[in-house]
Design a binder for this molecule. Sequence first.
Ligand code: EPZ
Length: 445
Amino acid sequence: MDSMVIEGGIPLKGGVSISGSKNASLPIIVSSIMFDNVDNEIDNVPDLEDIKTIKKLLISLGAEIKESDRADKVIINTSHINNCDAPYDLVKTMRASILVLGPLLAKYKRARVSLPGGCAIGARPIDFHLNAFRLLGADVEVDHGYVEVSADKLKGAMITFPIPSVTGTENVIMAATLAEGTTVIKNAAMEPEIDDLILALNNGGADIRRTELAVIVIKGVKKLNKLKHGVLPDRIEAGTFMVASAITKGDIILNDIEVRHLKAIISKLSEAGAKIIINSSSSLRIKGSKVIKSVDISTAPYPNFPTDMQAQMMALMTLSSGLCVIAENVFENRFMHVAELMRLKADIKVRNNFAIVKGVKKLSGAEVMATDLRASASLVLAGLASSDGCTTVSRIYHLDRGYEKMEKKLAGLGAMVSRVKEDEPAPIVEPIFNNKIHERDAQVE
Ligand code: EPZ
């Protein structure tokens, strides 16, 4: 298991290009199941472990991933899908594998997928997905750790989610795309990744409309033609690099982004004192402020402040000028990064789904362990800001699930970071203050 060694205290400077969205790529890639007898093309797909996993899953179903002329272009032909079973060993590594349920049910009227189980951040049930499939006319059996869905045919239905669910909305959209009649989803999630899926499906012959903010209407069609789509930029990667600039008092430009999807993040970082200049709809500049103001955070579904940015903002708040309260309202256990941040001398107290963060003057480098995707990002950000000693973040396979070439992108902004393979000795990274000692020694000599 690789680690990342970070020599902190260096303000990041320069430009960085943000990759395509992981959480848009995953549903769009699995939706190719509904487009057979054609080479489906999906562009701007990030090179991530989760993308590798979903490709493996599709191949296990019988799909063919073809060579493409660009690293970020995925070409999938699903004409020879001959299996509708998603095995435990694949699903357990990535719960988003449950997204194959919708398209398999739509196209082949059956699917058998291992229950994803929980993960570090919560139980992650899929009851909303299964209840919706039942309303569409499917039989749903849960047994021996697997969920099996089947239907003679799917008929449009009125579906209301108790609370917005991103993959729940995506699964139902895909299941309803080829159903007979019209499906209406109420209390549908509003994340931009869902609208990217809708755009991709409509360009391929589907008939899906977001008629109100939280209402999506799907008119079933008989057949789809070809999936050809460029995935939208990853707003969480963008937000993570914005925090990287704020926490290191840096000055960076983000390119290839979708500014309109970043409103809640821009607003919070501006409130915390960062100077943000919008260059265009796809580029912004963010300069960290000398004093990081304490701001309260309360996570909620889009368009509110995203839960996927909570850990990163907490890292920033550990160096703020006062006290703030961070409320995690989406997942029940998304504070796994707290104990590790405290190893870097952060001052944080957790009470239920609230974290009280008291800003400290400085963080000091230490060995910390990543526990989940966004927690690992939070630890890297804190390491970048730790001006006293190096930080080693272990188990960065979590990071590799959702961030493309993060250490390269950070190094491109001037960060002193290196990836250490498990069986390699850690590099001797001379912290800055040691160099000063050597210089002084040299003068004495
Ligand atoms: C998606 O997860 C994202 N994953 C998550 O990103 C993100 O944190 C989350 O949405 C919230 O924005 C992908 O898109 C692949 P939900 P999802 O269903 O769909 C409860 C990352 O870091 N719920 O919107 O699984 C659930 O427990 C990942 O990239 C049910 O109770 O989240 C949670 O409390 C982490 N029953 C709330 O709803 C259900 O059937 C929202 O979950 C489904 C959800």
